[in-house]
Structures are given as C-alpha cells and as structure tokens.
Design a protein around this ligand. Sequence first.
Ligand SMILES: *Cc1c(COP(=O)(O)O)cnc(C)c1O
Length: 248
Amino acid sequence: MTTDSIEAADRLAANRLAGIRAAMGRTASLTGRTADDITLIAVSKTQAADAIRPLIAAGQRVFGENRVQEAESKWPALRDEHDGLQLHLVGQLQSNKAADAVALFDVIHSLDRPSLLTALARAMDAADRRVPCFVQVNIGAEPQKGGCPIADVPALIRSAREAGIPLLGLMCVPPADIEPAPFFALLAKMAREEGLEGLSMGMSGDYETAIMLGATHIRVGTALFGERPAARPTPGSGRGMIRNSRAK
Ligand SMILES: *Cc1c(COP(=O)(O)O)cnc(C)c1O
C-alpha cells in the first residue's frame, strides 16, 4: 500500500470506529451504562491483515475470528506488531481443533455441546491455560445453526463449572430477517437464571437493540470493515449483508 492509501484507510477506520463507539455510548446510557461497559469485538473474519491494521492504529484492541486456521495465519504476526491485542473465537469449533483454539484465543464464544466441552477441558488442562468461554445458545431452534438447544443449556453450564472452565455468559446469533429483540431478551433471561453476567449478542445490524437488552459483548464486522471480501463466503456473511442496510 502507498502512504496515501494507508492514510485514507486509517481515516476511514477511525471514523467508523468513532461512529460505533458514539452509538454504543448513546444506547448504553439508556440502560445506565457507558460505552466502556460494553466490549466491542471487531470481527475480522475474511479480512486481510492490511485491512485490520488501520483499526488497530485507531485504538481497537479486541478482535474476533470464526475459523481457527484463518486466525492462526493472521494473528501471530499482528500480535508481534502490537501489544495488548485480544482475540475472540466467535465461530463454531470442531473438537479436534480445541487445543489450537486454547493456544490462540483469549475468549471462546462457541461452547455448545458436551463433546466440545470435554475436548476444551482436556486442552486447557494440558496447556495449563484457562480460556474463558461463552455458552452459545441456539436461541431460534434453527437446525442448521450451531448452539446448544435451550433445554440442554443448564446441564451444559453445570458440566462446564464441574470441569473448571471459566464461564463468562451466554452467546447467540438470532434467526436472520426477523426482529431480534425477543431472542436477545430470552438470552438475557436465561443468563440471569443461571447467574451469568455476560451476554455476547448483537452484530452490525442490531447491536444497539442488543445493548438495550443488556449485551456486554457485541460482535461487529461489516460496520467496521465494510462488506466482507466475497471470495470466501462464511456462514454469517449473508445475514450480515441483509441486516446491514442501516449500519454504516
Ligand atoms: C460474522 C459474524 C459477526 C459479525 O457480523 P456483521 O454482520 O458483519 O457485523 C458476528 N458474530 C458472528 C458469530 C459472526 O460469524
């Protein structure tokens, strides 16, 4: 990249980040909180390192990826360049990648089944590293989606506690193209009932609604990076594009 294009990319990233932080602050204040009470996870899946650096330059430190291998190919180098970066896994995790995920990520948002719980507990013991997790809930009971069935969530939480996996809270991706608020409210109710404080919910098109309903972590891709490169479609991308019309 030329110096000019780096400067333009830096300005665009700084503007987008400032816009989202301002919206977070306005919405958080309605619930007696501030933008700093909410963790903004910049979801950088499919984005090249050159697209990520401007956001780091603008001060963003928390990032999310949805594939272990892709994260392994991008983040060790970026972490060498910058101290204090935090990496969250927001996508489905195969049990055979549990050890790699424990080594690379600071938070895992997709603990959703007993077999993965066992693999993660084993990997954390082996690495002597506790990675805090969210239990992902299949809040819309969609067969094609990851997430623990609602009825199985209490047992999964109990097993995680018994296995010594630190739990931050619950995570969901509500069904596309319908009003997400009832799903966010249901997730918040489930978390309260389980004594969990964290709520990972809200993406580019609906993060303000999620904050109104108590989100502690929002996962924002398109509104920070622009549309994802089309070459590598990901499960979340269609939804992001449809719901993004409002978010800039
Ligand atoms: C891609 C993705 C996001 C970000 O989606 P945008 O609509 O681009 O903000 C958030 N959460 C998960 C689980 C994702 O896969």
